[in-house]
Design a protein around this ligand. Structure first.
Ligand code: THU
Length: 150
C-alpha cells in the first residue's frame, strides 16, 4: 500500500477518534477500515454505564461496513490513547483480542493492521501475526488446522 494512502487511512482513524464516547475510561480510540473497493468505514469506541455493552472502535467500524454490504477489506488503521492526548502524544494502540477475532471473521489473514501514534509514525502488522491459530468457520466443520486448542 502506498505511503500516502496509509497516511490518509490513519488520518481517518484520528478524525473519528475525536468522536469517541469514552466517559468511563477516558481512553478514546478510532479505527478506519479500508474496503477492497476503496471505501473507508470508520468507528470509534462507544462506552456504556453498564460497561459490558461498550463497543470498541474496530468493531464499530466493521459493523458500519457489514451493514453497508461491504465484506472485502484491504487494511485497517487504529489509534487510541487518553482523550487529552493527540497525535504524536499517544502510544501504539493494538486491537483487543475480541476485535482481532472479529476482524479475522471478515478479513484476509494477511490484512495489514496499522497501529499509529500519528500519520507519520506507525507500525504495520499482519492480522494473522496478531491472532495466530485463530478459531474460524473451518474449525466448526472439523476442517481447521489452527483450532482454539480448548
Ligand atoms: N478499545 C477499543 O476501542 N479498541 C481496542 O481494541 C482496545 C480498547 C476501547 C474500549 C474502551 O472503551 C477503551 O478503549 C478502554 O479499554
Amino acid at each position: 500500500m502506498e505511503q500516502n494512502h496509509i497516511k490518509k487511512l490513519i488520518e481517518s482513524a484520528f478524525s473519528v477518534r475525536g468522536l469517541a464516547y469514552a466517559p468511563y475510561s477516558g481512553f478514546s480510540v478510532g479505527a478506519a477500515l479500508l474496503a477492497a473497493d476503496g471505501r473507508v468505514f470508520c468507528g470509534c469506541n462507544i462506552e456504556n454505564a453498564a460497561f459490558s455493552p461498550s463497543i470498541c472502535a474496530e468493531r464499530a467500524a466493521i459493523s458500519q461496513a457489514i451493514s453497508a454490504g461491504c465484506r472485502e477489506f484491504a487494511a485497517v488503521a487504529v489509534c487510541g490513547g487518553p482523550m487529552e492526548r493527540g497525535a504524536g502524544e499517544i502510544d501504539y494502540c493494538y486491537p483487543c483480542g475480541l476485535c482481532r477475532q472479529v476482524l479475522m471473521e471478515f478479513c484476509p489473514p494477511e490484512l495489514p493492521v496499522y497501529v499509529a501514534r500519528s500519520a507519520g509514525d506507525y507500525r504495520r502488522h499482519r492480522l494473522v501475526d496478531l491472532l495466530p491459530h485463530a478459531f474460524s468457520a473451518a474449525d466448526l466443520s472439523g476442517g481447521g488446522v489452527g483450532g482454539c486448542g480448548c
